[in-house]
Design a protein around this ligand. Structure first.
Ligand code: FAD
Length: 341
């Protein structure tokens, strides 16, 4: 089934989320796609617990709170999220519409596309050990889709951040054995999770090793064990059924570079009138957009989203004059926001 929509937003970072709001005020419903499993872009992936001080009228808020507030703000416009999938293809159907496809096979026909792709899709940082590829998504995983797979198994988790610790805590009750390996005793994970892991270690449920995996051993194409270099440079071997790798995520521009849109040093040049790209009907906002004087700040992306929304309204309703209205006084905006005039 092809989903028809007036506006498809690529990227659910802070700017993509605010784009939903600005479009919603003008009566345009959006679909929004992100390669990540949850919305928030860099704010959630790179600095969820860091305070932000330069959002207008919010003296300070954690990045995670900002995303939560944006989600609450756009709730009245009921956007449809398509998460955990990358937009892979955008092709022009005719002057008025585009055909868009994602890595999960979701297809859209959209009158306008807004690229809010930030610095690109976040991809897991790979485990760099010879022969790793043949086991990916069979015995080695960069994300957990079905935790039941690890029940009653010998599981090794790599990493020192929140994902690694969250899964160690989650799988502690069901795995046959659970080992956490990290290159040092310094962790990026939340202190409460570190404390919980230490408690599980004390109780003998989790084994913690400081070291790095240097080799993989297999038998009949089955991964059987990993060679680990310990802190003192000695080598040990650990049997395992599954290896979960959480080395963090790094952004890659990815398929955006193949859509025929002009690029300038991995950013998309736009006009500053409505943030349209070189392809009419495709807009770019947030970190991925560039123009003279561009600053990669959340507040710049919010402004760009507002003007792009007006441009999109003019494109999809060319016969309607688009007036500027205030949210304080506009009855139609109150109706769209679900508040009383
Ligand atoms: P992003 O947040 O990068 O989100 C883009 C989203 O697009 C991602 O979720 C990505 O997965 C998705 N995506 C990309 N390509 C595809 C595709 N093909 N298909 C599907 N999804 C795709 N800014 C401030 O204003 N104030 C600050 O104090 C501040 N502090 C910062 C601190 C740190 C450590 C960092 C790294 C940045 C900081 N920034 C700050 C910058 C701010 O985070 C960015 O300006 C902002 O996140 C840009 O938002 P965005 O929505 O454009 O892109």
């Amino acid at each position: 089934m092809v989903i028809k929509t007036d506006a498809l937003i690529v990227g659910a970072g802070p700017c993509g989320l605010f784009q939903v709001f600005e479009l919603g005020l003008l009566g345009i419903k959006s679909h929004i796609v992100d390669a990540l499993e949850s919305p928030g872009g860099q704010c959630i992936e790179l600095y969820p617990d860091k305070p932000i001080y330069d959002i207008p009228a919010i003296p300070v808020c954690d990045a995670r709170d900002l995303v939560d507030q944006l989600l609450e703000q756009i709730d009245p416009f009921d956007p449809t999220f398509h998460l955990d999938q990358q937009v892979t293809d955008i092709e022009k159907i005719d002057e008025l519409s585009f055909h868009i496809k994602t890595s999960k096979g979701t297809e859209f026909e959209a009158k306008s596309v807004i690229i809010a792709g930030g610095v690109g899709s976040f991809q897991p940082m790979p485990l760099r050990v010879e022969g790793v590829e043949q086991f990916i998504d069979k015995q080695i995983f960069y994300r957990v889709r079905d935790p039941n797979l690890f029940s009653g198994k010998d599981v090794v988790v790599l990493g020192g951040g929140d994902s690694a610790f969250d899964w160690v805590i989650e799988l502690a009750q069901t795995a046959k054995s659970l080992t956490l390996i990290h290159r040092s005793e310094k962790f990026r994970a939340a202190p409460a999770s570190v404390q919980k892991m230490r408690e599980l270690e004390k109780a003998g449920v989790v084994r913690f090793i400081v070291g790095n995996i240097t080799d993989l051993m297999s038998e009949d194409s089955q991964l059987k064990a990993a060679e680990i270099r310990l802190n003192d440079s000695s080598i040990t071997e650990l049997s395992l059924d599954h290896l979960l790798v959480f080395f963090g995520l790094s952004p890659k521009l990815g398929p955006i570079a193949t859509w025929g849109i002009d690029l300038e040093k991995n950013q998309i040049p736009t006009n500053t009138h409505n943030f349209q790209t070189n392809i009419p009907g495709i807009y770019a906002i947030g970190d991925i957009a560039t123009y003279p004087g561009k600053k990669k700040l959340i507040l710049s992306g919010f402004h760009e989203a507002a003007l792009a929304a007006f441009g999109i309204k003019e494109r999809i309703s060319p016969d309607q004059k688009v007036h500027l209205q205030y949210t304080t006084t506009s009855p139609i905006m109150h109706e769209r926001l679900g508040v009383k005039s």
